[in-house]
Design a protein around this ligand. Structure first.
Ligand code: GAF
Length: 396
């Protein structure tokens, strides 16, 4: 069977008339718990998965950049000059590439020649498993290799976030790029987004697996209410700052929040802030539970997280609620919740391996009866973060 790199190399030869020099891989991510806490200075607990973006690339001798994705064949080969910093009109995936290169330039890196790149991703697009951050970090590790740059990993991660914020226009936190940049096989990352101190936590679930349940409803971050949630939680901080010395909601414990919540004038803003504060504590408790091998407690915290994202943060919707809430009632399921930004995308469930088929049947039937179309299921495997896979032998 042809592997993905052989396939991409063949396409590369067809498009550019020579073999590529290097192979790269960058994963997607799931977040086990700690949702919408990263731009609030709270804790997150994501992991990189084995689904991701594969790329083959070569440096060019001139300044042209040429990109091709098998996922967007209709966009054909995208070409631009490496010095050209203008945004490509229309929703071109090339803008993510430009955004990362621009952010890297901002850190003082110089690109004196261009490159050719062919990619393919097996992360369902717009599924909330971070296909965009996967692409951003692929560009980061590719640039590092092709331009022989010594860049600290955290800087590559920051470049991905900057591309998202400045070039794509979504004010995301650092979680996705961090998970993809720092991911390790069979580990989740317990990250304090306020201090950026993190810990790699081994994930040994014994007889349990994490099942990803895809709503198959595309989630477009830029079109969604993501930026509105960022503004609402900033508003909560702004109002609380008149009474408390804080920069982020993640600095508050729940008793302090309850004591001061009445100073926030808008009820909706109170709800948003409540989610951020309680979700942060839930994440801390969940990591403790996992370390103590208490998967039951971990599952209950997942359920509580979903409820809070539904009632207080209002980012779930009928699709994610149907998946998570149906799963939560199945015997053998310890917990289920949406993962990522919400508004469609994916949910995850912690499931006994003997109950996976039952989960797929019951949740699948229920979802189809409510929505009129089927969800998809995948067992999540936690794999390595973004990396150079190796050199390709061949004629240049
Ligand atoms: C998206 C964002 F990109 C992350 O930064 C994070 O805020 C997440 O939504 C919600 O937890 O994936």
């Amino acid at each position: 069977m042809t592997n993905v790199y052989e396939k991409l190399s063949q396409i590369f030869v067809d498009k550019f008339n020579h073999t590529p020099s290097d192979k790269f891989f960058s994963p997607g991510r799931i977040n086990l718990i700690g949702e919408h806490t990263d731009y609030n200075g709270g804790h997150v607990f994501p992991a990189s998965i084995t689904l991701g973006t594969y790329g083959v690339a070569s440096a060019r001798s001139d300044k042209q950049v040429k990109l091709y994705s098998t996922n967007f064949v209709e966009q054909g080969v995208i070409s631009f000059d490496i010095d050209d910093e203008t945004k490509i009109p229309s929703a071109s995936w090339g803008n993510f590439v430009k955004g990362v290169l621009q952010a890297m330039k901002g850190y003082g890196n110089h690109f004196t020649y261009g490159f050719e790149l062919v990619i393919e991703g097996d992360i369902p697009n717009g599924s909330g498993l971070s296909s965009s951050s996967s692409l951003e970090l692929l560009i980061g590790v590719m640039a590092q290799k092709l331009y022989n740059l010594k860049i600290p990993r955290l800087q590559l991660v920051a470049c991905g976030q900057r591309a998202e914020n400045d070039f794509v226009g979504v004010n995301t936190g650092i979680m996705d790029q961090f998970a993809i940049g720092f991911g390790e096989k069979e580990h989740a990352i317990y990250l304090d987004t306020n201090t950026m101190i993190y810990e790699m936590v081994p994930i040994h679930l014994g007889e349990y697996v994490v099942v990803i349940m895809n709503t198959n409803k595309r989630r477009e971050l830029a079109e969604s209410k993501y930026n509105e949630r960022v503004r609402e939680t900033q508003e909560a901080v702004y109002q609380l700052q008149k009474h408390l010395n804080i920069q982020f909601l993640g600095e508050l414990d729940t008793p302090t929040f309850e004591k001061y919540a009445h100073f926030i004038t808008d009820e909706t803003v109170v709800k948003r802030a409540r989610h951020a504060v309680y979700e942060n504590e839930r994440t801390e408790a969940a990591v403790k539970a996992l370390k103590a091998n208490d998967l039951t407690a971990f599952g209950q915290l997942m359920n509580a997280s979903h409820k809070s994202l539904k009632d207080d943060y209002e980012v779930t919707g009928i699709e994610l609620d149907t998946l998570a809430e149906t799963a939560q009632d199945i015997s053998g399921v310890l917990g289920a919740r949406m993962t990522g930004a919400g508004f469609g995308g994916c949910a995850i469930a912690l499931v006994h391996h003997d109950s996976v088929d039952t989960l797929e049947k019951i949740v699948g039937e229920k979802y189809e009866s409510v929505m009129g179309y089927a969800p998809s299921f995948y067992v999540a495997n936690i794999g390595e973060g973004a990396h150079w896979v190796g050199a390709i032998q061949g004629d240049k």
